[in-house]
Design a binder for this molecule. Structure first.
Ligand code: NAP
Ligand code: SF4
Length: 674
């Protein structure tokens, strides 16, 4: 008897059967745009080997005007078919199934050629779209149907029609973006005409025995979005038009409510899909922040949906389903929903990967093969860099000993997991622990390794991390001044009024920690109230009329930086706005362009600009230093002085812009090469 009977149950679609209830949701990785289709094929084939029932590709444009950006991959012409055929063949050889997502971006296209139901510019694009005329609308429908036909020719098992997240089809559905007065606008019947027509024409183009998934926006989270009654009406119409499965879309891209970030509770929107259960007879897929087999099983067992979609978890671990099925669930590398290597890369025009798994999208480049030359390897430092180096080296068959002076593994990850909204870091440290045991790494905790301890090893890896930078502010030895480590480890009392020096990732995290009593990530009702999310049956679009209702801040915090730019500008591209909005909701004061003059009994004395104007005293009980990091190279330097060569990785190598993504990437790549 499996632990996950609902998740692993097959799903009979009539003309074909899915081997379990797990869909790998669509992700735009920018892999196709590299033009290296062997690499694309290997990415999907590895996930097919990992046991997922059905995968959906990243969005493929049906025509030039529908591409997310100029040059976005698509299936515009018959000559693209051969490339896609490489992918489908490789997936089928691995006993997998794959559907191609057809994504028309409409006004979200980052292009002056973008088209939409009405000429209403989106807040997330600089381009005003051209309003389509009747012939233009017919062209879009026809191009989408042709792309579906070509997908079948290319060997796909199905298509997913992207009708959510505020893209083209979604733009027709709501008055927010559809101002038309012809048969494509006005009444809801008219506004849903285009999506329904698209499904009909796609079904006609592909025939009966082909999967057609319609991704339907079930809660728009924007002003003037759909009511839930409209969602039900559309779902019924889409089913009648020929959809095989309906997938869930949550929130438009322009919504100011986080929908997939790490601070969103797990399975936070499964209840939305559940509302649609019973209204249609085709299977429903639910989505968003489902990242463990336990959560997937619970969602399915409680009747929220017929299938679950997980996307980023398949970057973190291609073998998610196979490991769960084999009773090795604890070995699944967890997606911590950080977006740092996936969406932040995608939106910066880089190829996606994964913070936890640097092999994601680099399957043909980073290969972990058994070693023919077994070495004794010492790794010093059990933070993310050292842990990933140790585990990867041991996986390859090396004999590895990992030293850390602390009583537990994790390094800076143990600080991150103290921060409200970053609870996923607990699971990451647990996974590292499991993998150390699984791969047989000898772990020596409470051990300050010195040069003598490292004698006799064939290779030494130094991952000793970072030490906090000393900002050298006059008066900083005042008792009200604390370092961020003592604050996050709760080793020091923090008063009610706090100044935080340094508005980098850690300054933001510390501020969040100081203003939050109970993490809303731990309670879905609290999180919904905090962000103003409500039942779309009660309020159109799922927006609470009273707006966000955050808890009162636990402390009065002022967050400062010397740079004159907007605080948080350098945080993650897709998550920085959430951190800023979260602190603003808690009345955190942010000050940029400051000089730190001195600290005394009155508080923190600052001035502004090069000429040190507008002197001001920030009256506070506590000042927390979050002024960045310097490499801890003491052991590496000592070894080098003795003529012992070593590999230095992570923060010990370069402290600037250090994050777990770079640390893990460096650790895995080094160990793959030893
Ligand atoms: P950081 O992001 O480099 O920020 C350091 C802060 O200290 C900056 O605000 C900087 O601003 C200030 N600073 C630098 N030198 C200073 C000095 N001499 N005196 C006073 N202030 C000084 O470093 P961090 O906050 O320590 O974070 C470390 C790394 O962890 C970051 O690279 C970050 O990517 C990562 N991290 C990421 C997240 C995330 O959410 N993605 C969260 C936590 C940590 P000014 O120079 O303008 O004063
Ligand atoms: Fe998940 Fe972060 Fe990896 Fe993206 S980078 S897949 S969010 S762990």
């Amino acid at each position: 008897m499996t632990t996950y009977p609902h998740m692993l149950a097959p799903l009979d679609l009539g003309f074909t059967t899915l081997k379990n209830r797990v869909l790998m949701g669509s992700m735009h990785t920018n892999l196709e745009e590299t033009g290296d289709w062997n690499r694309v094929a290997e990415f999907y084939a590895e996930r097919a080997r990992g046991g997922v029932a059905l995968m959906v590709t990243g969005g493929m444009a049906p025509n030039r005007e529908g591409g997310v950006f100029p040059g976005a991959a698509g299936l515009f012409s018959d000559k693209d078919i051969a490339n896609h055929r490489m992918v489908t063949d490789r997936v089928h050889q691995a006993d997998g199934k794959i559907a191609m997502q057809i994504l028309h971006a409409g006004r979200y296209a980052y292009s002056p050629d973008c088209v939409a139901p009405s000429a209403v510019k989106s807040p997330i694009s600089p381009f005003r779209p051209t309003e389509l005329d009747e012939a233009g609308i017919e062209k879009q429908i026809s191009d989408i149907a042709t792309a579906a036909f070509r997908a079948r020719e290319a060997g796909y098992d199905g298509v997913e029609i992207m009708g959510s997240e505020g893209y083209f089809l979604n733009q027709f559905l709501v008055t927010h973006t559809n101002k038309r007065e012809d048969r494509w606008g006005g009444s809801y019947e008219n506004r849903m005409r285009l999506p329904v027509e698209v499904v009909k024409r796609v079904r006609a183009a592909v025939g009966k025995d082909f999967i057609v998934i319609y991704r339907l926006s079930m809660i728009d989270l924007i002003p003037n979005g759909s009511t839930f009654e409209e969602v039900v009406t559309l779902a019924k119409a889409v089913e009648a038009a020929g959809a095989t499965i309906i997938n869930t879309g949550i929130g438009w891209h322009e919504a100011r409510i986080p929908t997939i970030a790490t601070s969103v509770p797990r399975a936070a929107f499964a209840w939305v899909t559940q509302k649609l259960m019973g209204h249609v007879s085709v299977p429903l897929i639910t989505s968003n922040r489902i990242n463990t087999p336990e959560v997937a099983e619970e969602v399915l067992a409680s009747g929220c949906a017929d299938m679950v979609s997980m996307a980023r978890p398949f970057l973190a671990d291609a073998h998610f389903v196979a490991k769960a099925a084999a009773g090795r669930g604890a070995q699944i590398a967890p997606c911590i929903a950080c977006n740092q290597a996936c969406l932040d890369h995608t939106f910066s025009g880089k190829v996606s990967s994964c913070l936890v798994n640097p092999r994601a999208c680099y399957e043909t480049e980073v290969t972990i093969t058994p070693t023919k030359d077994r070495k004794r390897i010492a790794v010093v430092g059990a933070g993310p860099a050292g842990l990933s180096a140790a585990i990867t080296a041991a996986q390859r068959g090396h004999s590895v000993t990992l030293f850390d002076r602390d009583s537990r593994i994790g390094g800076q990850l143990n600080l991150a997991r103290q921060v409200p909204g970053k609870e996923e870091f607990h699971g990451l440290v647990d996974w590292f622990e499991t993998m150390l045991e699984e791969t047989g790494v000898a772990v020596e905790l409470n051990t300050e390794a010195g040069c003598a301890d490292l004698d006799g090893f064939d290779a030494v890896i130094i991952a000793t991390g970072v030490v906090p930078r000393d900002p050298e502010i006059p008066g900083q030895d005042h008792p009200k001044v604390l370092g961020y480590i003592d604050v996050l480890k709760q080793k020091a009392e923090v008063g009610p009024r706090v100044a935080v020096i340094g508005a980098g990732g850690i300054g933001f995290d510390v501020s969040e920690f100081l203003v939050t009593k109970d993490s809303p990530t731990e309670s879905l009702p609290d999180w919904m109230r905090e962000w103003g999310v409500t039942d779309p049956s009660e309020h159109r679009s799922g927006l609470a009329p009273e707006g966000p209702q955050p808890d009162a801040p636990l402390r009065q915090v002022t967050l400062l930086q010397r740079k004159a730019e907007k605080p948080g500008k350098r945080l993650g591209k897709t998550t920085g706005w959430i951190h800023r909005a979260g602190l603003q909701m808690k009345s955190v004061q942010m000050k940029s362009g400051v000089n730190y003059e001195r600290i005394d009994d009155d508080g923190l004395h600052i001035s502004f600009g090069e000429t040190r104007e507008q002197p001001e005293v920030i009256a506070c009980d506590t000042i927390v230093l979050c002024a960045g990091q310097l490499s801890d190279r003491s052991l590496a330097d000592a070894l080098e002085a003795k003529g012992v060569s070593c590999h230095v990785i992570g923060g010990a190598d370069v402290a600037a812009e250090l994050d777990a993504k770079r640390a893990i990437d460096q650790g895995v790549r080094l160990a793959a090469s030893l």
